[in-house]
Design a protein around this ligand. Structure first.
Ligand code: TYD
Length: 220
């Protein structure tokens, strides 16, 4: 049996460049001969991607915050069972764009459902699976959110299929400030797992910092 792999998550506000950084780290680790699985939440499985459509489409009206949190966890439970656990058991490095810290920051803090509810659900629905390392990309909240808004508006125009991924981007500044504060609280609580990365430099600078942290913390 192969040694258990490593689970690395990327977190941060919309538009901090998580996805780009994840892809670049994946390239480096793959070139170093590691088996890499890249995935994202909400989504990552066929069922999860359907749930993602419901969660992110700005036409999804009046979704109750508790229902929103339940759907995030439904997507995650399926993702863990179908993708993450099997990959870790096979010795792969799993790179995941968002995980339960997102639920704690967005639903727990942004929607004010509280951290305790999120952590309880994580224990029940996710077997309390913890990442080996979480890279929290931090940059100016207002700038990242407007970047995400521009990108999603472009993407929905190009799709022309009547759905978009703008539901969260339409939230107000106060919501994102709460989300940001939620992330800071997680980083303070779990310094052994969560590394805050200043993502205000160029993508290349952030990438170099990430590679350094991954080498040092996970000895990869
Ligand atoms: P994502 O596609 O990563 O957006 P971006 O690339 O803009 O960062 O995530 C989609 C949205 O879903 C994002 O606004 C954050 C939100 N989200 C939650 O509110 N809770 C969660 O548990 C997850 C995984 C995502």
């Amino acid at each position: 049996m192969s040694r258990r792999g490593k689970f690395i998550t990327f977190e941060g506000l919309d538009g901090t460049g998580k996805s780009t950084q994840m892809r670049k780290l994946g390239e480096v680790l793959r070139a170093a001969g590691q088996k890499i699985v890249e995935t994202r939440e909400p989504g990552g499985t066929a069922t999860g991607e359907k749930i993602r459509r419901v969660l992110l489409d700005s036409k999804t009206d009046g979704l109750d915050p508790l229902a929103e949190m339940a759907l995030m966890f439904a997507s995650r439970a399926q993702h863990i069972a179908e993708v993450i656990e099997p990959a870790l058991a096979a010795g792969a490095i799993v790179l995941c764009d968002r995980f339960t810290d997102s639920t704690e920051a967005y639903q727990g803090s942004g929607r004010r459902l509280g951290s305790a509810a999120v952590l309880d659900l994580h224990r029940v629905l996710c077997g309390n699976l913890q990442p080996d390392l979480t890279l929290l990309l931090d940059s100016d909240a207002a700038a990242s959110v407007s970047r995400a808004r521009r990108r999603n508006t472009r993407a929905s125009k190009n799709m022309g299929r009547g759905h978009d991924e703008n539901r969260f981007e339409q939230e107000k500044r106060a919501f994102f400030l709460r989300v940001h504060e939620g992330y800071m609280a997680i980083a303070r609580r779990e310094p052994g797992r969560v590394v805050m990365m200043d993502a205000r430099g160029t993508p290349a600078q952030t990438h170099a910092k990430i590679v350094e942290v991954v080498r040092r913390r996970l000895k990869l």
